[in-house]
Design a protein around this ligand. Structure first.
Ligand SMILES: [Zn+2]
Length: 313
């Protein structure tokens, strides 16, 4: 399989965005910057040793997302996987110069259930230092691979705090086979670790149907649900003055990515509606103003009236 030519110069295709005044947007858009082969669905199929030999496609779709954001004068937070930083650095520096936030998605995308506290500490330090060295910013936020901070892995919050992060976005307040804390708050809150450590947490958008919470904030859910449903969820949150968070991956804009073996359900989740993601994102950006996680969280942090939720047993 051919390896894509790596970008070596500052990208020029993303239009410059006029400098925006501090916004009062309550919607945060987030992008988990990784390749299609980093997705958890392929964790048992593609060995990490094989990653360097695979075609890298994220740069192209990262540029598309940057163009969409510039066109709609919105900003986003990019949770960057350390493994991608060397070859994406010019693009990431450009995005940072446009007012977007560069945050951290760890280094090698291992589900936290599969690592020890020491391995997580090393992974976060390595990713943070790589972002600081190559992009020139210190990331404030962290998102675990596959939203893998759960009650079982809540010890990870202490490592995130210890590594100097000011907020986390790794807890999905739903039932799911790979992740989730179903009784966690659905708006920003202070997450308390089993040892009493405290960090700001911003969960993805969910829809409460009374008997169940439906995840609507990103990934396969965002690709599957009709755009009108998503827009109604965001409009309802706006009426309640509730901050929201959506997430997307560069590979979700790439219907032509190579297909690897995976279970039927997993493959369907990974590929459903990939060809429609960009248009759906475009329409959402037309209808709502989005900003970075830090800009949405900052006023809430100052007001300090956020709920507290303990992940201790
Ligand atoms: Zn990821």
């Amino acid at each position: 399989m051919a390896t894509a030519v790596l970008p070596t110069a500052e990208p020029t295709t993303i239009p410059r965005m006029r400098v925006l005044a501090p916004s009062c947007a309550r919607n945060a858009l987030t992008v988990d910057v990784e390749e299609y082969f980093h997705a958890e669905v392929f964790a048992g199929e593609i060995a990490q040793d094989d990653w360097p030999r695979l075609e890298r496609r994220a740069a192209l779709f990262l540029e598309s997302i940057g163009e969409l954001l510039a066109r709609h004068e919105s900003r986003a937070t990019f949770f960057v996987l350390g493994w991608t930083v060397d070859y994406l650095a010019p693009l990431l520096r450009h995005l940072a110069s446009q007012g977007h936030e560069i945050a951290c998605h760890g280094f090698d995308h291992r589900h936290i259930r599969r690592v020890t506290p020491r391995e997580l500490r090393d992974d976060l330090r390595r990713a943070r230092e790589k972002i600081e060295d190559r992009v020139g910013v210190r990331p404030r936020g962290y998102r675990a691979p596959t939203f893998s901070i759960t009650r079982e892995t809540a010890w990870a919050l202490d490592v995130v705090i210890e590594q100097g992060f000011q907020y986390d976005s790794s807890i999905f307040p739903i039932h799911h086979d790979r992740y989730g804390v179903p009784d966690a708050p659905t708006s920003p809150f202070w997450a308390v670790s089993p040892t009493g450590g405290r960090i700001l947490e911003f969960p993805p958008l969910t829809l409460n149907l009374g008997i169940a919470r439906i995840p609507v904030g990103g990934g396969g859910y965002l690709r599957l649900l009709p755009g009108v449903v998503l827009r109604r969820c965001l409009a309802a949150a706006e009426r309640r003055d509730q901050p929201t968070l959506l997430y997307v991956h560069p590979w979700e804009l790439d219907p032509d990515q190579p297909l690897w073996p995976a279970g039927i359900l997993s493959r369907w989740r990974h590929t459903v509606n990939l060809a429609k993601t960009e248009a759906k994102l475009d329409r959402l950006l037309q209808s709502f103003r989005f900003d970075t996680v830090w800009r949405v969280l900052s006023p809430l942090r100052v007001e300090n009236d956020l709920p507290t939720f303990s992940l201790g047993s």
